[in-house]
Structures are given as structure tokens and as C-alpha cells.
Design a protein around this ligand. Structure first.
Ligand code: ADP
Ligand code: MG
Length: 349
């Protein structure tokens, strides 16, 4: 639904060059919720602004719904038309304070040339859709943050978009309001078949509603994929962030293994089987169960006696049971986790 190919963006200001995007290949499937995470300055906003051509990329192409936007002329009506099929939601809502809620939602319809009565009917429908039917005559200043964002979402839906872009839409909201806005985005995604590309620095957002995710750093996508696949990818930074398990080895000659359970594998008594089969004592250093993208997932960090070479067979046994076993993360898992946590915290500033 959204594809960017070798996208680059170089900003030039006061003789200085900043490469905000450095060869980004993004692929968002139709009907999915796709999250892009990364620290502040990673290029997330630039990427999303390029997707609807608010920002012209320096090179590379962007296609949305089978149409190559980068091939359309700058001020042409074809581009305007294509853009109206891409809704955008902003962190600070960007509502006009002198207009009522209804008028704010009517504005894009006005620009699209929809006539008076029809415009009002459509805007009221959209307000109903986002749960704000009772606030049509209110002014933005009279609304809570969550309500303002609902207006922002209603306005973004005015052109019946197939794609909704969201740049930190919940960053200015408290946790409870964040949850209700995420739920709304999920509902719209399901009800309208809307493809959602969102940017966030909060892993909780990815965990709650994203089907797929990408991690950006220095203008590049360093990791991407379906969340369930990422969780099953050895050494995945996103997986470790989404689902951190703590725990340090009790002694040097130990092998620490992160085991991820998804679906059917989660119900098997594998750890006791492992212990019995190989007659080894296993310590659990950390464990957690959670729901990620609507799937029940478990993660456990266990410790086996002896070095890795001595545990090749038991580790093979775990893999045969259909479990994701991440041995590579032993040496640098905690370090990677700590640095990414740091990055995302910095992104929050
Ligand atoms: P993020 O949204 O991940 O924080 P941005 O896309 O906003 O990152 O910024 C990426 C880089 O591009 C940063 O180094 C930022 O300073 C720079 N940048 C963004 N917008 C502009 C601009 N209009 N002019 C010059 N540099 C910019
Ligand atoms: Mg940004």
C-alpha cells in the first residue's frame, strides 16, 4: 500500500547539509498498522512527511495505493487528488481555534469542493465515527487533549483516505487517553480497512496496535518486519525492546538463553522436559507473559550449567519444540537492550 524505494532527503540550510533520510526502503501492506520507532532526529517525521509529499525527497520514489506520487507534478491536481486520499494526524492536533469542531472537520471538505449541506452531513458522520457527535458546536479550547485528537482524526478522514499517517499522535496525551486513541485507530483500521502508518517513540504503542514495525537510526531503517516475526528473530533489538526480559548469569561458566513462546508452543511443559531429558538443573532468571499485536507471547531467560559448547544439544531440543531460542543475545543482549532503551528515552524528549 505504501512503498518507498531508496528514499533520501538532504536538508540544506546555511551552508550545512543534513541527511535526514539515507536510502529508506519501506513497505507497508494494505490494511496493516505499521509503526516506525527511533530516537529523536532519526528521520521519522521526515519519512512520514515525504510519504504524502509535504516534503519532496531528494531522490527515490514513493508509491501509495499503486500510484507513484513522486512522478506527479508539484502543484498539479493529480497530486492534490492523491494527497486527499492520505489522511494525516499530528501530535499537537493543528486545529483552528477560531472554528468550531464541526467547522474544523468541514474545512478539508470545503477545500475538496464539497457543497454546504453535504459537507455538514459528512462532517457530522465523521464526528459520530470518532465518538464526538455531541461536541460539534464546541470550540477546540473547550475540549480535552483526547477530544482534540479525535477531531484531528475526524478531519484526517474527510477525504475518505485509504491511508492514515500519524506523527506522534498520542505523545501529548496521558496514558489512559493514549489507550483510547489507540483503540480508535485500531477500530478505524478494522472497520474502514484503513492502512495506518504511525510514528512513535513509545514501544507500548507498537505493542498495543502495530502489526509491523521498523526501527530507524540515522536516517536508515535498521530493522523491520511483522511484529510476530521480529519476536522470533535472534538478536532483534525491537523484540528485546518490545519484550524485555532481565536477569544476569549467576556464574561465568553458565549459558544464558532467551526463549520466546508463541501460540501452541506456549502451553507445552518444555522446561521440565528439558531438565528431565538431559538431567540438568535449569534456573529461570526472568520471565514475562504479554499480549503483542493481539497474540499471547511469553519470554523467559533461563540459565543452563556449563558453557555454550556443552549446551548445544539441549538448545537444539528447545528449538525442536518450536520455540524461539536466542543464544546470540547472551553476550550482548543486555547491552543492546540498554542502549536501545536509552535511545527511545531520548526520543521522548
Ligand atoms: P525525528 O522525527 O525522528 O525526530 P526528523 O525527521 O524531524 O527526525 O529530523 C531528522 C533530521 O533532519 C534531524 O537531524 C533534523 O535536525 C533534520 N531536519 C528536519 N527537518 C529539517 C528542516 N526543515 N531543515 C533542516 N534540517 C531538518
Ligand atoms: Mg519527529
Amino acid at each position: 500500500m505504501i512503498t518507498t524505494t531508496d528514499l533520501t532527503k538532504v536538508y540544506r540550510s546555511r551552508g550545512r547539509e543534513v541527511t535526514a533520510l539515507d536510502g529508506v526502503d519501506l513497505h507497508v501492506r494494505e490494511g496493516e498498522v505499521y509503526g516506525v520507532v527511533g530516537q529523536s532526529g532519526a528521520g521519522k517525521s521526515t519519512l512520514i512527511r515525504c510519504v504524502n509529499l509535504l516534503e519532496r525527497p531528494t531522490s527515490g520514489t514513493i508509491s501509495v495505493d499503486g500510484q507513484e506520487l513522486t512522478a506527479l507534478a508539484g502543484r498539479g491536481s493529480a497530486l492534490r487528488q492523491a494527497r486527499s486520499r492520505i489522511g494525516m494526524v499530528f501530535q499537537h492536533f493543528n486545529l483552528l481555534s477560531s472554528r468550531t469542531v464541526l467547522d474544523n472537520v468541514e474545512l478539508p471538505l470545503e477545500i475538496l469542493g464539497v457543497s454546504g449541506k453535504q459537507r455538514t452531513r459528512k462532517a457530522l458522520e465523521l464526528l459520530e465515527l470518532v465518538g464526538l457527535a455531541g461536541k460539534a458546536k464546541a470550540y477546540p479550547a473547550q475540549l480535552s487533549g483526547g477530544q482534540k485528537q479525535r477531531v484531528g482524526i475526524a478531519r484526517a478522514l474527510a477525504g475518505d483516505p485509504k491511508v492514515l499517517l500519524s506523527d506522534e499522535a498520542t505523545s501529548a496525551l496521558d496514558p489512559e487517553t493514549t489507550r483510547s486513541i489507540l483503540q480508535l485507530l485500531r477500530d478505524l483500521n478494522r472497520q474502514l480497512g484503513l492502512t495506518v502508518l504511525l510514528i512513535t517513540h513509545e514501544m507500548e504503542v507498537v505493542k498495543t496496535i502495530c502489526d509491523s514495525a521498523a526501527l530507524m537510526r540515522d536516517g536508515r531503517i535498521v530493522e523491520s518486519g511483522r511484529v510476530t516475526d521480529l519476536l522470533a528473530t535472534p538478536g532483534s533489538e525491537l523484540a528485546q525492546e518490545l519484550f524485555p526480559v532481565g536477569g544476569v548469569p549467576s556464574a561465568e561458566d553458565r549459558t544464558v538463553v532467551d526463549v520466546t513462546f508463541q501460540g501452541e508452543a506456549a502451553t507445552k511443559p518444555v522446561i521440565s522436559q528439558l531438565s528431565r531429558t538431559y538431567n540438568i538443573d535449569i534456573s529461570i532468571l526472568g520471565a514475562a507473559m504479554d499480549t503483542v499485536g493481539g497474540n499471547q507471547v511469553g519470554r523467559m531467560r533461563i540459565e543452563l550449567p556449563g558453557r555454550f559448547e556443552e549446551n548445544v544439544v539441549p538448545i537444539g531440543f528447545l528449538r525442536e519444540q518450536g520455540l524461539q531460542v536466542d543464544v546470540a543475545a547472551i553476550a550482548d543482549g543486555p547491552r543492546v537492550a540498554a542502549s536501545t532503551t536509552q535511545l527511545l528515552k531520548e526520543g521522548a524528549k
